[in-house]
Design a protein around this ligand. Structure first.
Ligand code: XMP
Length: 317
């Protein structure tokens, strides 16, 4: 029978035997998978694991600082890299979702390659790949696809010549969470909703600007904080806000406004392959809508997405 403790002991022993005194480099995303994978590798080889956490400017509000702080608290050997401007520059003027994903994937690879090249004698690349990533890799729109399309074009970045170590590649998400809890990783990381690699860039329909990111971060923060405050966060598999590329007429006092529309999305799912929209309470939605419109400058309308997957996808892009 599978238990997290048996898994942890066996995996740590295996990692020790496989990696020995070698160095491992690994990118952390703030998500459950990479955090749990890093913690396991760290348990096996300690400070020979070098973690890199990149601020791509597309994370949730305060996320970079808070998560970096947690990683340091957990004893991980982690470097935080502020690459916001590099990502914004690469995204400038891009509107096509796949073009945005490619640009983000490319810059991530560049930044990660720069950082890993600063380390000497690294032999391994740690990854948080989980079982569904392995079996669904064909349909995943994720970074792996981006990496492939990238290395078809140019030469392989140096870190991609490293041997890969993926301690979670036999586990499902709920098992990863169980392992994370057994490893005493903070609940703020273990219980976290999935968040796409390209981040808010695929929730801002159309082109990306630092201003739009700021607006969406504020909206998203009110929504996610509201879910937590109302005890709804753990009943939802994934939630977020989408900034639409349209404006709508509103009224404020005697003035007519012409401002942005945001959509809220909350879904239930097991693995993201299918998903149902969640019937959030009307009172909650009403309260959050008011709060968003009153507090976020430039937004005058909030809508709630009531589509399930299929045929809709979870993300709008
Ligand atoms: P969709 O929109 O395809 O999303 O229903 C399914 C799950 O995948 C996430 N997602 C991504 N994750 N890079 C990622 O790392 C991506 O480009 C990407 N696109 C979608 C999405 O957030 C959901 O959890």
């Amino acid at each position: 029978d599978w238990t997290s403790d048996v898994f942890i002991d066996a995996t740590v022993e295996e990692l020790k035997a496989r990696i020995g005194d070698d160095k491992v480099v690994m990118g952390l995303s703030g998500g459950v998978d990479s955090s749990v994978a890093a913690t396991l590798i760290h348990k096996a080889i300690g400070s020979n694991l070098y973690c890199v956490f990149v601020d791509n400017g597309l994370l949730r509000k305060n996320e970079f600082e808070e998560v970096l702080h947690s990683y340091k608290d957990m004893g991980l050997n982690v470097i935080g890299v502020d690459a916001k401007q590099r990502f914004y520059d690469a995204l400038e003027g891009l509107t096509d979702p796949e073009a945005k994903r490619k640009a983000i994937g490319r810059v991530f690879i560049e930044v990660f390659d720069d950082e890993s090249n600063k380390l000497e004698g690294v032999k391994w690349l740690g990854q948080g790949t989980i079982y569904p990533d392995v079996i669904e890799s064909v349909s995943v729109k994720g970074p792996s696809a981006t990496i492939k399309s990238h290395h078809n074009v140019g030469g392989l970045p140096d870190f991609m010549k490293l041997s890969v170590v993926e301690p979670l590649n036999t586990l499902f998400k709920d098992e990863v969470r169980e392992v994370g809890r057994a490893l005493e990783i903070p609940e703020t990381i273990v219980g976290r909703h999935p968040f796409p690699g390209p981040g808010l860039a695929i929730r801002i329909l159309g082109d990306i600007t630092a201003d739009k990111v700021k607006t969406l971060q504020e909206v998203d923060y009110i929504f996610i904080q509201g879910l937590k405050d109302h005890g709804l966060y753990d009943q939802v598999w994934q939630a977020g806000a989408i900034l639409l590329p349209i404006q709508s007429v509103g009224v404020m006092g005697d003035e007519r406004t012409y401002e942005r529309v945001v959509a809220l999305r909350a879904v239930g799912s097991v693995d993201g392959m299918t998903a149902d929209w969640i019937h959030l309470p009307y009172e909650f939605l009403g309260k959050i809508s008011n709060e968003i419109i009153n507090r976020v400058k430039g937004v005058n309308r909030v809508v709630y997405d009531i589509s399930s997957k299929p045929p809709a996808t979870i993300e709008w892009e």
